[in-house]
Design a protein. Structure first.
Length: 428
């Protein structure tokens, strides 16, 4: 394990420049393409110490120090390293936006007596079966759900919850392994797809029922990113999902409207608050997903972190509320600045190849064809990469994305369609 500090630090001790900004410990960073904006914002008002498994590269511009650890999945071991850091430079908060590492991060917060430091609560969110049990006990509206381990159990569970049904892994993110089945034949055909979907990081459950069979509730699916402080939930950004590649639940885009009427909807706000209360989540940031059904909003899942897919960045473009600064403040027990300074609409669209196992010879956007409303157009895949569309490709099948901001969803949708037309790739 090694600890490093940029020039200006002693081998053990705070910055020598009189920098009295709060110290935030961040665990891992994720891909630069998707997460750099968070570090950029946070570093303007907080000192950042990074725990990572390798020496930082692009991150160093935003860091006051870093520690290389053997694993960012070992919470107790990282807690020991955090105690050493805290002994000579007190840590004010701990933050992680990687789904696979939020549980390990909670061990650090617990060891240092900081906010969001209850591993039992975070595990209750990571393990969707525990989420379902807690919400069911509190009477929070959600789909009927049964954990299973075998095909026979899944068939019996689907008879109980009713068709159409959803098969989903118990604790994965990014809709990995999620599929809708219309009847027993579809369940038999797709059970192995869900069962065999491998997580990017190991996940272990108490018991041997790694799959959930749930009733498929229908309506519009949304996500809500919120700041929670002392148990009070403040929803900030509502993203309306664009889902493609049925029967799989691949999220191919999102729209965020600063003036979304759902931000003032009493029924949704009540369910959002009741959900967090039932789960015992009292401090931090959450990304929760709901289905707006004919009978009202129902909880799909809750994640104890900032949303992925650049959704918080869409919220920043639409409202001016900075998600990095708000999440850092919440982690440190400081009042976050949640006052919007604009009212716009923003959107993102992810792009894929057409056929499985496509090797890319070239890829890029024709910038002359990008409309002015496109805020950024980014290629994710590089020449030589072999990619596939969903279901084989899922999140890792994305080859590019575009982000836009405008006056309406229609304006954003048109700009994203133009960006798709401006994207060109050649198979190898």
């Amino acid at each position: 394990m090694t600890t490093r500090r940029p020039p200006g630090r002693t081998p053990a001790g705070p910055l020598q420049t009189g920098d009295d900004r709060p110290l935030l410990l961040v665990v891992a960073t994720g891909m630069r393409t998707y997460r750099e904006y968070l570090l950029h914002s946070i570093s303007t008002r907080f000192r950042i110490h990074l725990f990572h498994t390798s020496e930082p590269t692009w991150e160093t511009d935003y860091l006051s120090g870093w520690t290389v650890v053997p694993s960012t999945l070992d919470g107790p071991a990282m807690a020991e390293q955090a105690r050493k850091l805290d002994a000579h430079d007190p840590v004010d908060g701990v933050l992680c936006w990687d789904e696979g590492r939020i549980l390990a991060t909670s061990h650090i917060a617990e060891a240092l007596g900081l906010r969001n430091g209850d591993p039992k609560v975070i595990w209750r969110l990571r393990d969707k079966a525990q989420t379902r049990a807690a919400l069911d006990a509190a009477g929070v509206p959600q789909p009927r759900s049964v954990p299973v381990s075998t095909l026979e159990q899944a068939l019996a569970a689907a008879d109980t919850v009713g068709y159409p049904a959803i098969l989903k892994p118990r604790g994965l993110g990014a809709s990995l392994g999620v599929v809708r089945v219309e009847g027993p034949a579809g369940l038999r055909a797709n059970f192995a797809f869900t069962r065999d979907t491998e997580p990017p990081d190991p996940v272990e459950y108490a018991g041997d029922e790694p799959i959930l069979v749930e009733h498929c509730v229908t309506g519009e699916e949304i996500s809500v990113d919120s700041v929670v402080r002392d148990g009070v939930v403040a929803p900030l950004f509502i993203a309306r999902k664009v889902v493609g590649y049925p029967p799989y639940a691949e999220e191919v885009g999102h729209f965020v409207d600063a003036a979304d009427p759902l931000l003032e909807d009493p029924a949704l706000l009540r369910v959002v608050q009741d959900t967090h209360t039932a789960l015992g989540f009292a401090d931090g940031w959450t990304h929760a997903e709901f289905m707006l059904t004919d009978s009202g909003p129902q909880v799909i899942e809750v994640n104890g972190r900032l949303g992925g897919d650049m959704i918080p960045y869409l919220g920043l473009l639409a409202t001016g509320v900075d998600p990095g600064l708000a999440a850092a403040a919440a982690a440190c027990g400081l009042p976050p600045d949640l006052e919007p300074d604009r009212a716009r609409t923003s959107g993102i669209r992810f792009f894929y190849v057409e056929r499985d196992d496509t090797e890319l010879a070239s890829i890029g956007f024709d910038e002359s064809r990008l409309p002015a409303e496109i805020e950024r157009a980014v290629t994710v895949a590089v020449p030589g990469t072999v990619v596939s569309p969903p279901p084989k490709g899922t999140v890792w099948g994305r080859i590019a994305f575009a982000i836009t901001a405008g006056d309406s969803v229609d304006t954003c949708r048109a700009a994203l369609a133009s960006a798709e037309s401006a994207l060109a790739y050649e198979p190898g």
